[in-house]
Design a protein around this ligand. Structure first.
Ligand code: ADP
Ligand code: MG
Length: 483
């Protein structure tokens, strides 16, 4: 039986506040659960796999800015997959016309499609619907008479159809759809229009958001353009965090940004969770005196170097879901009481990438290497106190990790191969903001709400908005594939 999971998809004439509904299947035998596996030390599903897939795929972003050949010469197997999807969901063909594949991750394949029944539904999710209301003035003939014009054909309306792999657990899929439903109406968060299920196949339908490939523009952003990017990202984060939801996977491929319209939307709530989901306390939430009292035995034991031969200590379990290189230190130290601040750290990593003009900035193969990378910047002393915050010890004899580390300014100059060139004043504001986002202690790290008030994110606010409607473009028609 096909089930429609309702969210924003309401008939145009019956706008009522429907709640999120999903048809419940009998419990599945398939139990690979992202968050659970992330709790294991040796997960079957590596959370990093998603990152790898995103970074290695040839054309992970649909970019209408760089009309790639891939759009018009979709491989036979993509066409076959599209055909299979159209056939597997009853009535899908009458609702959507699949155009091309625009993304592929570990958990889903995303297609661009035309919404064939747009006019039948309430489309309050459509940011550009008002742009359609504009009509050109009537053309006057030489005698001054108004000439009749041929009726204007409505531009096609596009959606993103996210086919969630059947190997994803039902609870994971439910979680993603439910959180998207909770976040409906939040600025800069991509809304869920509707979703369908046919046996084990779930498909989410989202507004199609035109965006550019991060790798094509991140090196050339001016400071006001950076500010516009992060204003949009932090607007999304502030509303997600207000709902006490952690996104857990902030990175460029999950924030679709249109640099012309200066507009972005946050997507991919596949790893998102509610704050306090783990439910186990961590000493980082204690006041310093209580924490020190609890940690005294650990500190008294001191660091002896090396690993115990027979380590009988229970292994620490915490949610590590996320993408390599973007994980906050508290995630690496397996803090059991993670907060929305983990997303602020990841957003900071994006800013570091932009300022240093290096992508990916961090390039570790595992969490230990990730700690080494962070320690190289921050130095042993600060890493040691960060570890203690979460009840861990951090000791190293790696010679490249100094006691005090380096300033962000030095790291950025070095990354740009300009160790001697001074950063322009304007960029210093961005660097100061960066240091507030990449603060090792989550309690001292800036919140998304506070970030929106920071001087950096206020740059360009008083200037007139940049041209570019961000609306749908007719060139989209050119890359339509008949399937
Ligand atoms: N609403 C959308 N509009 C345009 N492209 C999208 C949209 N949603 C996703 N995509 C594209 O598909 C890719 C994968 O989508 P995402 O939701 O991140 O799935 P996954 O869980 O597989 O990573 C994105 O990086 C983006 O390129
Ligand atoms: Mg993704």
């Amino acid at each position: 039986m096909a089930a429609q999971i309702s969210s924003h998809r309401r008939p145009a004439d019956s706008f009522t506040t429907t709640s999120f509904r999903i048809h419940e299947d009998a419990p599945s035998t398939e139990d690979t659960e992202m968050n659970e596996s992330a709790l294991n030390d040796d997960p079957d599903v590596d959370p990093d796999a998603e990152a790898d897939a995103n970074m290695l795929e040839d054309d992970p972003q649909d970019s209408d800015y760089s009309d790639s050949d891939d759009d018009t010469t979709a491989s036979t197997h993509v066409l076959q997959d599209m055909e299979r999807l159209q056939n597997c969901l009853p009535e899908f063909r009458s609702k959507y016309r699949l155009i091309k594949r625009i993304g592929e991750g570990t958990f889903s394949t995303v297609y661009k499609a035309e919404d064939l029944q747009y006019d039948r539904y309430d489309n309050s999710w459509d940011l550009d619907r008002d742009a359609e209301k504009w009509a050109p003035p009537p053309i006057k003939g030489s005698d001054g008479d108004v000439q009749s014009q041929p009726p204007r054909r409505r531009r096609p309306k596009y959606v993103a159809v996210k086919k969630i792999y059947v190997t994803s657990s039902p609870s994971r899929i439910h979680n993603e759809l439910e959180l998207l439903h909770v976040l409906r109406g939040c600025k800069s968060v991509c809304p869920l229009i509707t979703a369908f299920r046919w046996t084990d196949q779930v498909v989410a339908v989202l507004p199609y958001f035109r965006h550019a490939d991060f790798r094509d523009y991140f090196r050339n952003l001016t400071v006001p353009q950076m500010a516009a990017y992060f204003r949009s990202l932090f607007t999304a984060l502030a509303s997600v965090h207000k709902h006490r939801i952690l996104h857990r996977d902030i990175k460029p491929t999950n924030f679709l940004y249109d640099p012309v319209a200066c507009r972005g939307v946050l997507v991919d709530f596949g790893l998102a969770e509610r704050e306090g989901y783990d439910g186990k306390p961590c000493v980082c939430h204690d006041d310093p005196a209580t924490r020190m009292a609890k940690l005294r035995p650990l500190i008294a034991g001191g660091a002896k170097g090396g690993y115990p031969r027979e380590d009988t200590r229970p292994s620490r379990r915490a949610n590590r879901a996320g993408t390599r290189g973007f994980r906050a230190p508290e995630v690496l130290f397996k803090c059991t009481e993670q907060t929305p601040k983990i997303d602020v750290w990841s957003a900071g990593v994006i800013l570091l990438t932009i300022l240093s003009r290096r992508f990916p900035f961090f390039n570790s193969v595992d969490d230990v290497e990730a700690m080494i990378e962070i320690a190289t910047i921050f130095g042993q002393r600060r890493m040691h106190s960060t570890a203690l915050l979460h009840g861990c010890m951090f000791e190293t004899n790696i010679p490249t990790i100094g006691r005090s580390g380096f300033s962000f300014e030095a790291i950025i100059q070095w990354s740009r191969d300009q160790p001697k060139a001074k950063l322009p004043e304007e960029e210093k504001v961005a660097v100061e903001f960066l240091s507030r986002c990449m603060e090792l202690d989550p309690a001292r790290r800036i919140s998304a709400e506070e970030a929106l008030q920071h001087e950096f994110l206020r740059i360009g606010l008083d200037e007139p908005a940049q041209a570019g409607s961000g609306g749908s473009n007719d060139e989209d028609e050119m890359d339509i594939l008949k399937v």
